[in-house]
Design a binder for this molecule. Structure first.
Ligand code: F0G
Length: 461
């Protein structure tokens, strides 16, 4: 007999401070999204009802973190908060050296410039927008070595973030290990739908890299959330703590870039963490040019303190369970309604399959961009395009990349929205799904040179 669950699940926190939300009318939204060139990045936040644009820097801090903000040691050099952060990074991530940066891309810039020579190759488990751009600006060529399953929204493999070792080995054979600057390994791979990488795969990638003297740079941005999936899905890890799993994950890399704005429950902050003394020396010197002195890297003392405290909270199991549980709740409700999303449900977001919403639109009519605009028009909910606009252009040929995945991301900030907000979101997505047949797509009328998805403008066809 099926066991009856006697208790519902609930968030492991209560709310101490609130921020009012503003609802708009459909007429108002028609005006605001038109003015924003049908790009949700160009909307004013005051015109948004539920903001699912990103989980980056949008998290709610705890009272413990806010209390830490008051202990900011705002010294130009040698702030106490830097040492607190260094200690937390060493304890939880296990790397030897810390270089703080204002956010993730600051760290990506440093490591790309230090390790990449013109014409080098940089393999990775799917591209991330800023990561690949910094690699290219440093003269590198990104090569996708993620498993094929990752490009298929319906494939339910539990570790769709894994590296295809054969693809990686083929690249080493083809170009030679000395032409590979390093391999970037992302956790809960963002562009694949928040899909985790397994410990077994991390270990194998590291072994193959070491054998060929290739460095592994870990994008630890959502590594805590990846550790949670390893605990839930990988044999042998059920009884390990998130902290133990995270330490083992990081042990299979030489350095990490980190956007603290995600996992670490802060609004700003990031770092580069490194084991090698010589690379650290260089990064510590270079950070002074781009970010600030090596003991603050573009952050205020209080920001470093909030991040140091965030590290401790982020790896608590009840937090991760609630965070990933919320995303799962939305995903399961959408699946019940027959709405096409990327499966398995990812860690930080639900990814709507825009190709399935709008089979009538070819990719150059921007199905995902269109879907994000339609969702906003319906309810004021803001999502993000993750399809052909985000993919950008091939820097050699100048042609668009045509990614297999044409997705809209509903990204959940941590500890911000309630289950009722989730229900409203599901209802709005359902409404947009029901009205899918009449949709005609968009035309791009302005395209910036770098990371075009942030600022491109469109018109309705
Ligand atoms: N790596 C990953 C996997 C990311 O998701 C991001 C940011 C970065 C690096 C760059 O970090 O923004 O602090 O400079 N992702 C955000 C997002 C923008 O919405 O997914 P950053």
């Amino acid at each position: 007999m099926k066991q009856i669950q006697r208790r519902s699940w609930a968030e492991p926190f209560k709310i101490k401070s609130v921020e009012p939300l503003r609802m708009t009318t459909r007429e108002e939204r028609e005006q605001t999204i038109k003015e924003a060139g049908y790009n949700t990045f160009l909307l004013r936040s005051r015109d948004v009802y539920i903001d699912l644009l990103t989980d980056s820097g949008t998290n709610a801090m705890s009272d413990f973190q806010w209390a830490g903000m008051m202990l900011g040691d705002e010294a130009y050099a040698g702030s106490e908060n830097y040492y607190n952060l260094e200690k937390a990074v060493q304890e939880f991530y296990g790397y030897k050296h810390l270089v703080p940066t204002h956010q993730g891309r600051g760290a990506e810039n440093l490591i790309s410039q230090i390790l990449i020579k013109k014409g080098d190759y940089v393999p990775g488990n799917m591209y991330f927008t800023t990561t690949r751009l910094h690699q290219e600006l440093a003269g590198g060529n990104f090569v996708d070595v993620i498993i094929d399953e990752a490009h298929d929204p319906q494939n339910t493999f539990p570790f769709k973030g894994n590296v295809d070792l054969q693809k990686y080995e083929n690249l080493i054979k083809k170009v030679g290990a000395e032409k590979i600057a390093y391999i970037t390994i992302g956790a809960t791979v963002n562009m694949a739908g928040g899909q985790p990488i397994s410990m077994e795969n991390l270990r194998a990638v590291f072994q193959l890299s070491q054998k060929n003297k290739i460095k592994v740079v870990f994008d630890a941005t959502r590594a805590m959330e990846n550790a949670f999936f390893i605990k839930k899905r990988e044999k042998g890890y059920e009884n390990k703590t998130i902290k133990e799993i995270l330490l083992e994950m990081c042990s299979y890399s030489d350095a990490a870039t980190m956007s603290g704005k995600k996992d670490l429950l802060v609004n700003i902050g990031g770092f580069l963490a490194i084991n090698d003394d010589a690379i650290f020396e260089e990064a510590r010197n270079m950070v002074v040019i781009y970010e600030g002195l090596h003991t603050y890297g573009g952050l205020a003392g209080r920001d470093m303190e909030a991040m140091a405290r965030g590290i401790q909270e982020a790896c608590q199991l009840d937090h991760l369970q609630a965070r990933i549980g919320q995303v799962e709740y939305v995903g399961n409700r959408l699946l019940e309604l027959g709405i096409p999303i990327v499966t398995p449900i990812g860690g930080h977001a639900i990814f709507l399959d825009a190709k399935k919403f709008y089979p009538q639109l070819e990719q150059l009519k921007f199905p995902a961009q269109t879907l994000a605009a339609e969702l906003y028009l319906d309810s004021g909910i803001r999502a993000m395009e993750r399809g052909i606009v985000s993919a950008g252009r091939n820097k050699e040929t100048g042609d668009h990349y045509y990614p297999k995945l044409e997705l809209v991301r509903l990204t959940f900030p941590r500890r911000v929205y309630t289950q009722a907000h989730c229900d409203v979101t599901v209802e709005s997505v359902y409404e947009v799904w029901q009205n899918r047949e009449s949709v005609k797509g968009l035309k791009m009328i302005y395209e910036p040179k770098y990371l075009r998805f942030f600022q491109a403008r469109f018109e309705k066809l």
